[in-house]
Ligand binder design. Structure first.
Ligand code: ADP
Length: 434
């Protein structure tokens, strides 16, 4: 948009001329002098008021404003930082967003004192001297990387010319786009690996192993494993995208976390028994009624128990405990700070609030997780075994699913783990008040 400012519009000049003419006539013709002088007075006042007016025209539309102060108000109302830079290179106006984000106090500074990007400075010159409008995108890395889109438009009032700069932060949008692209690349890569094994096995069965029954069976088994892996990946990916869809809508239902845990344990018991792993469930005496969606909470408990069983050796025990806590810090202490020597990390922490929580803690007798890997837990597709070159067939999506569900529930998710002792994953969600 191109704005034009005229300090004294034509009407002001016409009124002034009328005033002068009236005075002259008054002097020449005595009888009319009094009346003409009154008229001259009114015209002069009108002229003076008109002189104070500033008109701004946006394209062909005329927007009339009472002085430049109004333009400053207009800038102030913009949510994005905005600056008005004069032909002398000094900041002639700014809004609060600009002052706080570009860190300066008042107008009068040279633009170069707060912004040195050559393309922006060039665009300011082009706006002032050639009336050009430009959009510049640039990256800054003060403490965090920031992507900004700066719109530079010319403004003129009377003989004066200026440039209007509006800065729009693009960081969040660009990060989201990058994350989506990364996610798509990772998901495709994860799916391509079992697909490549399947293709290879198919070629072997229909080629070299065609007449060898033993070899054929071996490859068919391998194909089943890979097809199963693809199915799990797709199930987990679909689960994750469904959860993300309504992650911003907190649940309104109520569920008894103890009952959820009991049902999951009953359903999973045969799998544990087959692996020779014992499941020990400890429940509080009172029901643990929480604000939450039953199905999603069951998914949380199931994913944590699945992992615990996977890593617990034959003959070991997985301990599942439901408990209540007075507040966030109490929940973190009770659910995730039991082993003094363990490494621990909170994958998700809700803001402090005066709320009581119910937690589920799933403790295994597995190998534990090295401290250096803890910060990456809950990141999509991250698997400790892949880092160590010993794949165990997981998707690396289970903990990410838990994290997103708990995030939707405005709860917390943490882990403590000690190599040689085991790991304990815990999630906590708000207890229902009604
Ligand atoms: P998956 O188990 O399908 O690989 P998860 O997201 O559930 O995916 O887990 C991510 C990684 O975290 C696992 O691959 C494993 O390396 C590690 N992990 C999760 N739970 C445990 C556990 N109880 N003990 C040891 N390592 C675990």
């Amino acid at each position: 948009m191109r704005l034009r400012l005229d300090r004294a519009p034509a009407s002001a000049w016409m009124a002034a001329a009328a005033a002068v003419l009236a005075i002259l006539l008054a002097l020449m013709a005595d009888p009319l002098a009094a009346a003409l002088l009154v008229f001259a007075g009114v015209a002069a006042v009108f002229a003076w008021r008109e002189m104070q007016r500033t008109t701004i025209s946006a394209r062909d539309e005329q927007i009339e404003l009472m002085g430049l102060a109004e333009l400053a108000h207009l800038l102030e109302a913009l949510p994005d930082p905005a600056l008005l830079v004069g032909a002398d290179g000094r900041i002639a106006g700014s809004n609060a967003a600009a002052r706080s984000q570009l860190k300066f106090e008042a107008a009068g500074l040279f633009l170069t004192a707060i912004l040195r990007h050559p393309d922006v400075l060039e665009a300011v010159q082009a706006a002032i001297h050639d009336g050009a409008t430009r959009t510049i995108e640039y990256e800054t890395s003060d403490q965090v990387d920031q992507q900004t889109r700066c719109y530079v438009a010319p403004i003129a009032w009377g003989q004066e010319r200026a440039a209007l700069l509006v800065f729009h932060d693009q960081t969040a949008r660009i990060n989201t786009e990058r994350m989506r692209a990364d996610f798509l690349a990772n998901a495709s890569h994860e799916l391509r690996t079992p697909l490549a094994s399947l293709t290879l096995a198919l070629e072997t069965i229909s080629g070299p192993a065609r007449d060898n029954a033993e070899e054929r069976n071996r490859f068919i088994k391998l194909m089943q494993v890979q097809a199963d892996r693809m199915r799990r990946l797709i199930d987990d990916l679909l689960s994750l995208s469904r959860i993300e869809l309504d992650e911003h809508v907190p649940p309104e239902d109520r569920a008894d976390l103890s009952q959820v845990a009991r049902e999951v344990v009953d359903a999973i018991a045969p799998v544990a028994a087959e692996k020779g792993v014992k499941l020990a469930l400890t429940l509080p005496s009172a029901p643990a009624r929480v604000v939450g969606e039953r199905f999603q909470l069951a998914q949380v408990v199931q994913n944590l128990i699945d992992n615990a069983i996977k890593y617990t050796p034959n003959g070991g025990t997985v301990a599942i405990e439901i408990g209540a806590a007075q507040g966030r810090d109490d929940a973190m202490a009770q659910a995730g700070r039991r082993w003094p020597e363990a490494g621990r990390i909170a994958m998700l922490t809700p803001p402090p609030a005066n709320r009581a929580y119910a937690f589920v803690r799933v403790e295994d007798a597995g190998p534990g997780i090295a401290r250096r890997f803890l910060p990456r837990l809950g990141t999509r597709f991250f698997r400790v075994e892949r880092e160590l070159g010993a794949e165990k067939g997981g998707t690396g999506l289970g903990l990410a699913i838990v994290k997103h569900i708990i995030n939707r529930h405005r709860g917390g998710f943490l882990v403590e783990s000690q190599q040689g002792k085991g790991s304990a994953f815990a999630a906590y969600v708000e207890l229902a008040e009604d």
